[in-house]
Design a protein around this ligand. Structure first.
Ligand code: FEO
Length: 167
């Protein structure tokens, strides 16, 4: 790629997306431990979505004749989770990822890399959706406030999440 700084940042974003996948996989296991199969399904679907995001960055770097340089992942951290804390952590994580995408976009513009700037548009829109999804579940969980029937209903709804087509 023309800009080595953009190439390095894109490689870093591959790691961020894979790290996200790893984190959501751990959250899925934690939800299973909490006997919430719908939550576990939702996080598993999110894990798959993050793998697809990593793949988009991976393919893009190669398409631009760049060099893919994979980095080491960190062990995911999920401790003493509650249904609410899982989604609060998910929202905080997505806000972090949105920040990464915005920084990447700023860099692409500073380096006059118009193709990367346009490529990142999809992720800007996606992050709005990712944050809204997590926030929506947090709102629902706060509404039922530990009521077992309410939690059961939310779990059933989260069980219905399916893999996104074309992701
Ligand atoms: Fe790939 Fe959830 O950001």
């Amino acid at each position: 790629m023309k800009s080595k700084a953009v190439e390095a940042a894109l490689n870093n974003q591959i790691k961020e997306e894979l790290q996200s996948a790893y984190q959501y996989l751990a959250m899925s296991a934690e939800a299973d431990r909490l006997n919430l199969p719908g939550f576990a399904n939702w996080f598993k679907m999110q894990y798959q979505e993050e793998l697809a995001h990593a793949d988009k960055f991976f393919n893009y770097v190669l398409e631009r004749d760049g060099e893919v340089c994979l980095q080491q992942l960190d062990a995911p951290k999920v401790e003493n989770a509650s249904p609410l804390s899982l989604f609060e952590d998910a929202l905080a994580h997505e806000q972090h990822i949105s920040g990464c995408i915005f920084k990447l976009k700023d860099l692409a513009r500073a380096e006059s890399d118009h193709a990367t700037d346009v490529f990142l548009e999809w992720f800007v829109t996606e992050q709005v959706e990712e944050e809204a999804n997590a926030r929506g579940v947090i709102d629902q969980l706060k509404m039922v406030e530990g009521n077992k029937n309410g939690l059961f209903m939310i779990d059933r709804e989260l069980a219905s999440r399916k893999p996104e087509e074309g992701e």
